[in-house]
Every structure is written in C-alpha cells, then in structure tokens.
Design a protein around this ligand. Structure first.
Ligand SMILES: Nc1ncnc2c1ncn2[C@@H]1O[C@H](COP(=O)(O)OP(=O)(O)O)[C@@H](O)[C@H]1O
Ligand SMILES: [Mg+2]
Length: 360
C-alpha cells in the first residue's frame, strides 16, 4: 500500500504566496539544471545543500542563497520549511528526494509535480503496473531466482543509481554472483532477498525526458541521453582474455550521461509511449503527470523499444540538454531544457492564475 499524500497544507501555503516566487531544490542530482532554469525565467533561487556539496553551488553562481543542512532529511524540519514558506518557495523535486526523503508527505512547502506518482515510482512493481497499463513493451520480470532461464539483470528497490546490479544467466549463476558481490561489500543479504530480476535486453539504451504541461495540455519531448555506467562501459576497453581472467562483473553505477539523437522514424513509438503513460497516470493518480518525467528504454536489433523504468520527476540525464537539446530547440525555437521548462511552466501558470494545478 502506498502512503496517503495530503495536499491541503501545501495548497493553503501556496494560496498565501505573493507574486514573487522563489524556486528551491536540494543541492545534488540536477540542481544546477533546475536553478539555472529558474534564473533564466527570472526567479529568485535557493539551494539547500550539505557542506560537502556546497563547493558545487558556490562555483556556478546559480543560487541566490545557499542554506546548509547536515543531512537531506533536514529539509523536513519545521524551522527550515517555515523559512522557505516565508520566501514564497516552490520546491522542485529530483532523484535525491526519492532516494533520501521518501514519501514527501511531511513537506508542506509546495512541491512542483504530482507526489503520488513520485511514490509510484519508488516501487518497481508499481512502475511496471503503470507501464503495463500503458500497453508498453516491457522486459519479462522473474518472481524467483529459481526461474531464471536466460540472461537477466538483478536490481534492487528504489533508485540506487545502478549500484550493485549484476547479470546472471541461471539460478546457480545468480547465487554464485550474489555471494561474490556480498563478499565484495557491493550488496547485502537483504538486497538479494528483495532483488528484482528482469530479462536483460541486449540493445541500445536511450533515456527520454518528457514534460507534461498542464498549461498547454500537451506532452513535450525535451531531451534524450544515454548513461555512462561503471564498470559496464569500461569492460569493452580491455581484451576478452583479460576480462575472463579478472572475472569482472559488469555493474551499472551511473557516472555521467551522453546526449542522444534518435533515428527520426523511431520517434513515433517514443511519442506514443509518452502519451500513453500520461493517459494512464490520470487514472492511477489524479490529475496525473505534471511536469518532467522519463522513460528508460532499450532498442533491440529489430528496433523494438522496451521500456524498463519510468521516473515521475526530472532525471539527471536531462542535464545533457542544458541549454537545449535538438528536440527542445525544434519545439521552442529558443534555449529550453528541463530546469528552465519547469520554471517556464510556473511562470505561465502564475500569470494565468493556475499555480494550484502544478502542486499535488
Ligand atoms: N532490462 C534491462 N535490459 C538491459 N539493460 C538494463 C535493463 N534494466 C536495466 N538495465 C541497465 O541497468 C541500468 C540501471 O537499471 P535501472 O532499472 O535504470 O535502475 P535505477 O533505478 O538504478 O536507475 C540501466 O541504466 C541499464 O543500463
Ligand atoms: Mg534507471
């Protein structure tokens, strides 16, 4: 069961805001993208960050104010929330919110987007249910390691940036590698119990950032990227012979992203999938998608598209789209990227008196 999300308090707070809105986020993930975007659209910005990341936000000058906290969860503290409310703040959530803060229900500072969908995203089974409802092509999920009959990828609950994921091709292989990974301190026994086992699709990975705009009532493709993952992207640099001797397990820790431009004819599938996901979102979590979301896909050698993950907020891959991607440029004819698109939506909604439709 998903926890309830209560919208009453943030809405009440939002209704008392004056014209001058501040945009704030946690200092990590896609904060540079979000804060630059907010500044490009003329907002005041606040970055709430830990001491160890402060250097990043000081170095780029996109935060009008930096508020230091000891731990990400300190964002929930009443004193800090009151300070943000005082500044008419709207918080832009990103992956760090999912990973470290949980259900966001304790935030009464208005949060951009649909928090119910952000909860759906934290549970892999829920994500799969959503994608299945949207009639998308998904890799097969295995209920138990004993059923593994072809190459699979083993993952864990929550967004972990790929840490500790591994491949296996039989039950024996699964247990042997799991044990090796536990010994190496990469995963825990608990992880193995909660493992999500999925058919591995061999192909080209592409991750799409979309934006659903309540103001324009449309789905927009903002950017596409692929990941730079360790060690899977490093293995090809050593000869097969050495790979075998060193018994290297490919792992999927994200280190960065590259921009991708898709073969144009493939865009039809991509855009249809995005629309379909938005349609389903309206049924599963009223009023459905608000703002950025991402589909993670693999195209196999017949250019069939498999979708293996959905995120209901900005993803770090959209950072490759600052100041624009080919897609956002074609659509807007001006520099546009996920962070700026969010701020633009807030500005347009504020002008049209529909800010409440961006906060769920
Ligand atoms: N079914 C799959 N087939 C092929 N590669 C996959 C599959 N699922 C995940 N991957 C690879 O593993 C990485 C991390 O998996 P993902 O499901 O995106 O987990 P996370 O929640 O950590 O982002 C992906 O970026 C991709 O490279
Ligand atoms: Mg992912």
């Amino acid at each position: 069961m998903l926890p309830e999300i209560d919208r009453t308090k943030p809405l009440e707070v939002l209704r008392n805001y004056g014209k001058e809105i501040t945009i704030a986020t946690l200092g990590s993930h896609s904060a540079l993208n979000i804060l630059r975007g907010a500044k490009d659209e003329g907002f005041r910005t606040v970055c709430v960050c830990r001491e160890r990341e402060r250097i990043i936000y000081e170095s780029f000058g996109v935060a009008d104010e930096i508020i230091e906290i000891g731990d990400y969860r300190d964002l929930l503290k009443k004193s800090l929330q009151d300070e943000l409310v005082e500044k008419n703040t709207i918080i832009i959530p990103h992956g760090t919110f999912n990973a470290y803060i949980g259900n966001l229900n304790d935030l009464y500072v208005p949060v951009f987007g649909n928090r119910k969908l952000m909860l759906w995203e934290t549970i892999r089974e829920k994500q799969m249910e959503w994608l299945r409802e949207a009639n998308l092509n998904l890799p097969k999920t295995y209920g138990r390691a004993e059923d593994i009959d072809k190459l699979v990828i083993v993952k864990y609950p929550g967004a972990r940036g790929g840490a500790g994921y591994f491949l296996a091709s039989s039950p024996e292989d699964f247990y042997e590698k799991a044990e090796r990974m536990i010994k190496a301190g990469l995963i825990s026994e608990e992880d193995v119990k909660n493992a999500h086992i999925q058919e591995y699709i061999v192909g080209a990975n592409v991750y799409f950032t979309f934006f659903y705009s309540p103001v324009f009532n449309r789905v927009e493709l903002i950017a596409a990227d692929r990941r730079y993952e360790s060690s899977v992207d490093g293995i090809g640099r050593i000869p097969a012979e050495d790979q075998l001797k060193a018994k290297i397990n490919p792992t999927y820790t994200v280190v960065g992203n590259f921009p991708v431009v898709l073969r144009e004819s493939l865009l039809a599938k991509v855009l249809k999938a995005a629309r379909s996901v938005v349609e389903v979102s309206k049924r599963i979590a009223y009023p459905g998608m608000v703002g950025p979301f991402c589909l993670e896909t693999v195209f196999d050698d017949n250019a069939n598209m498999y979708v293996f993950e959905i995120s209901a907020r900005i993803v770090a891959g959209s950072n490759v789209g600052v100041p624009y991607s080919p897609y956002s440029y074609v659509l807007f004819g001006e520099p546009m990227y996920a962070g700026r698109r969010i701020a633009r939506e807030i500005r347009l909604a504020s002008d049209k008196n529909m800010l409440e439709e961006l906060v769920y």
